[in-house]
Design a protein around this ligand. Structure first.
Ligand SMILES: NC(=O)c1ccc[n+]([C@@H]2O[C@H](COP(=O)([O-])OP(=O)(O)OC[C@H]3O[C@@H](n4cnc5c(N)ncnc54)[C@H](OP(=O)(O)O)[C@@H]3O)[C@@H](O)[C@H]2O)c1
Length: 321
């Protein structure tokens, strides 16, 4: 038998339950991965929080948000291949892999299409490998979308978060000068990664202007606040060089790039999938740091989500079955 964490209703993390299922079997083109570490991401709690729908209880069923439609959780993990389906080549039992994108990785075992696999570098810890890809591929999409290169000065809002820390490092690696916002207690981290740290909150525009007197050529918003949007458009003349991964409808109205899976957004599927091998190689070589803030056993998934929802964990949260 195998354990899996799933929501039992829409609501707060207290709705998460742990269930026993048969160990899954792979179909053609799939493998089963014994999960050693599963990344925890904000999308996980948003999926069962009701954030993605505004339907009252009476209409939930017809809108497809009834309890039976509750999502499985866990879009990324790292682990060991324990079963290989028909037609799979190049993957053997016992291989250590990163799997992303997958569904239902909050579990002892996950079924993954072979196309989701990237070899796990031996030098990378299970925790780092399990939580590298969702933030890493999103960050890779942001720096690609704004076309960062040498000579650019980029402002990363939410630079101290899971995605922001990746964006800061990828931007620095492209030769850009990086300014990044975060709470004061995380400024040492941003500095270590090569960014100029700035506090978010009132006066941000003036602080950025003082830190970058020659101007800011691009912005990446991982915070999603009105302040982040307003400061970005005040500083960056070319709005196609502002990319946002979270926020309100105002973003489209002011003409910045909205990256993600919502209506009208750029999912960047090709860019994100193509980035995985490079992210693994860089992380394996120690050029890209995966900062893991907290590891939790499966039965403490709700605790991990509460820490994540509080919104100030410097780095990634991970479940270790
Ligand atoms: N569109 C996509 O494809 C995509 C992909 C991944 C994530 N996302 C979304 O992007 C958001 C960030 O994800 P994440 O994993 O990086 O989250 P996270 O790890 O929780 O990071 C949150 C960041 O926001 C900062 N922050 C908190 N309050 C702030 C405020 N009032 N003003 C400015 N910054 C503030 C935090 O700074 P301190 O901790 O220093 O206070 C931290 O840097 C989430 O909403 C997530 O769902 C979207």
């Amino acid at each position: 038998m195998a354990r899996i964490v799933r929501p039992t209703a829409y609501g707060t993390p207290d709705v998460l339950g742990i269930f026993e299922l048969r160990i899954p079997r792979p179909a053609a083109g799939e493998v089963v991965v014994g999960v050693r570490a599963a990344g925890v991401n904000p999308i996980d709690w948003k999926l069962y929080s009701g954030a993605f729908h505004t339907v009252d209880d009476e209409h939930k069923e017809s809108a497809g948000v009834a309890a039976e439609a509750l999502p499985a959780l866990g879009l990324e993990c790292a682990g060991v291949v324990t079963a290989v389906g028909v037609g799979v080549t190049g993957v053997e039992l016992g291989d250590e892999v990163i799997a992303h994108p997958v569904t239902a990785a909050y579990a002892d075992y996950v079924v993954a299409p072979v196309t989701a696999l990237v070899r796990k570098p031996a030098t990378l810890s299970w925790e780092a490998a399990g939580t590298l890809m969702l933030s890493g591929t999103t960050a890779a999409h942001t720096v690609h979308a704004v076309g960062l290169g040498r000579g650019d000065t980029v402002l990363v809002h939410g630079g101290s978060g899971g995605t922001g820390l990746m964006a800061v490092q990828l931007a620095t690696a492209r030769g850009a000068t990086v300014l990044a916002t975060g709470a004061e207690r995380n400024h040492h981290l941003l500095r270590e990664l090569g960014a100029v740290p700035l506090a978010y909150g009132p006066g941000l525009l003036d602080r950025v202007r003082a830190a970058a007197p020659d101007g800011v050529t691009a912005a990446v918003d991982c915070a999603g606040t009105d302040e982040a949007l307003d400061v970005s458009v005040a500083l960056v003349a070319d709005r196609t060089r502002i990319a946002s991964i979270v926020g309100t409808d105002r973003r489209a109205a002011v003409g910045v790039k909205t990256l993600g899976y919502g209506p009208g957004q750029d999912a960047g599927t090709e860019v994100r999938l193509a980035a995985r091998a490079d992210l693994a190689a860089r992380a394996g070589a120690g050029e890209l740091r995966v900062l893991v803030h907290g590891s939790y056993p499966l039965y403490e998934a709700a605790r991990a989500h509460k820490v994540g929802i509080a919104g100030h964990a410097p780095g990634k949260l991970v479940l270790v079955p």
